[in-house]
Write a protein that binds this ligand. Sequence first.
Ligand SMILES: [Zn+2]
Length: 399
Amino acid sequence: MQTYKFRLYPDEKGREKLDQTLELCRQIYNHFLEELNGRDDVPPRTELQSQLPNLKERWDELDSVHSKVLQMVLYRLYSNLRSLSEKKKNGYKVGRLRFKGKGWFKTFTYNQSGFKVVKTENRLDILKLSKIGEIPIRIHREVKGKVKQITVKRAQSGKWFACIQTDHEENRESGEGVVGIDLNTENYLTDSDGNVVENPRFLEEKEEKLKKEHRNLSRKGKGSKNREKQRVKLGKAYEKLVNCRRDFIHKLTTAYVESYDTIILEDLNIDEMCENSRYAKSNLSASWGLFKELLLYKAESAGVEVVLVDPKGTTQECNQCGSVVPKRIWNREHKCPECGFETTRDHNSALNIKKRGLNKLGRGRAESTPVDTGASTLTHMRASSVVESGSSFLTSKAS
Ligand SMILES: [Zn+2]
């Protein structure tokens, strides 16, 4: 089983229908909970389920909800009951299940039937939901396997998502769909899958140009026409640099959000990191700040999870055996004397970042990902190729 989370973009009418479905599911949940509360025994779920057709005759609105969705509400009620009694068995003091108040019911589920994903050639595909209609959906990554179940969810923010569950057997322990990213000064970034994105040289060129224009400005006489002209030139050079940087980072962050479910970064103090950089501190820190900002923003929209981990010791620790392998700032290689693992310094860091993220998510295991990707398989990409090929640069490697 694998679950993919995608953002839905319902129009106003679609939102109304989704809201209405949620509300009716909430009422049905409370209806059956009330019934259970009034009984001494807990009847089998199928017994309550068999009441649904009768209930529909008395309760016209229920007709606007797919029958499988209603059945799944009962399924959920019973699974809540089960976990409550398990807690009781484990010695926890538990009360009864509570009625769901307005706004406390946030999901409903189509199981096996009542849904269809229709691919378009556009940015948004279509999710057809029985009794609700067509909802635009942003399927930002390939769905593997046969779709078994779709859960529609309203987030706290009011955004709607679809969690699509398929029969694809995801290898969770190997961290499929998860990437660790190491931002560093040597190259722009290195990730745990061995992608190396180099520092954008064209940005450095633009920075140089900006400096030059700045020098020129100080040479012009105050209040002169030439000075005014130079000021405009400087402004343009600055604008170009900012636009170029934004464009580069937009494409890079889109590529990651489209290629992975979970992205793990170090929780860095960016200013501190840039102190020893040979690049202008302000530029690199602005660039990483923007990278993080755009990544978080896009990930949220796409339902991709971003995990921030403690950066302490990610460089020194051997990803394969956990030994501490001290390195000076100029040591660009990781060579572990204990286990023999060899790769670049940044790739080892990226693997450690991924490992920490997986541990944080409770998906780790003692010895993390077995790595057969040595330094030789690292894929170097010039920044210009990221910009040219856009988001396809990561996927071309993955497939
Ligand atoms: Zn080692």
